[in-house]
Design a protein around this ligand. Structure first.
Ligand code: SF4
Length: 214
């Protein structure tokens, strides 16, 4: 059964998610430590620890393997105009990535936003390229940085603590009680870089530690 999430942050736009970190192989450095951006991950705190929030994410990790998953996802998106992949988690498995690509191809009426770090793995390149070629899909490569460094890619995102990176569009959700409030910049291919201001207690600690290290 398809289990989508509806968060108030996204103005009620539906999302399909997995558990953070355990489905995020690109969240780790070569030595096994978390990259800076993932040390402050919002999806490992607060509401994300509630059983009713964890349950669909745990369910989805097995559910996508069903033969009918693609057609069931297409049906589930019948009345959606926008869709967010991975409010938490990442497309950790190439078979999952290819199934998501099929859903994107079969739902041209939906604008899909897919944040990911899986571009770090060369075997995902072909699938990600095919997603990016679709007019209704924005794959945003997430930077590991928390000080505004951006990465090459058609559409990307980064976290910043002080000054807004040059050319980036700033996410203003923090000015609207954490909600998108009608903004759809993340779903817009013409917006190259989205910059999220570092926020939250966990991320604040990461920024402080990095500042001490210099
Ligand atoms: S940039 Fe706009 S669409 Fe993206 S998360 Fe922020 S408010 Fe929402």
């Amino acid at each position: 059964m398809i289990k989508l999430s509806k968060t108030s942050k996204l103005d009620g736009i539906l999302s399909w998610s997995l558990q953070a970190l355990e489905t995020c192989p690109a969240s780790k450095n070569k030595d096994g430590s978390l990259v800076d951006a993932c040390k402050g991950c919002y999806a490992t705190t607060g509401n994300y620890n509630f059983p009713n929030v964890k349950a669909p994410r745990i369910h989805n990790r097995e559910d996508w393997k069903r033969d009918d998953w693609i057609s069931d996802m297409v049906k589930a998106l019948d009345s959606s105009r926008y869709f967010r992949w991975f409010d938490s988690g990442d497309m950790y498995d190439l078979s999952l990535a290819n199934k998501i690509l099929a859903v994107m191809q079969l739902t041209p009426w939906v604008k899909h936003w897919m944040p990911t770090r899986m571009h770090k793995f060369i075997k995902f390149q072909h699938t990600i390229d095919a997603m990016q070629e679709l007019p209704n899909v924005v794959v945003r490569f997430s930077s590991d940085s928390v000080d505004g460094k951006t990465i090459p890619g058609l559409t990307t995102s980064t976290i910043f603590s002080d000054s807004l990176p040059t050319g980036a569009v700033e996410c203003k959700a923090y000015q609207h009680d954490g909600k998108c409030n009608g903004c759809r910049a993340c779903y817009d291919k013409s917006v190259s870089v989205i910059a999220y201001k570092a926020h939250g207690v966990k991320m604040g600690k990461v920024i402080k530690i990095l500042a001490v290290k210099g």
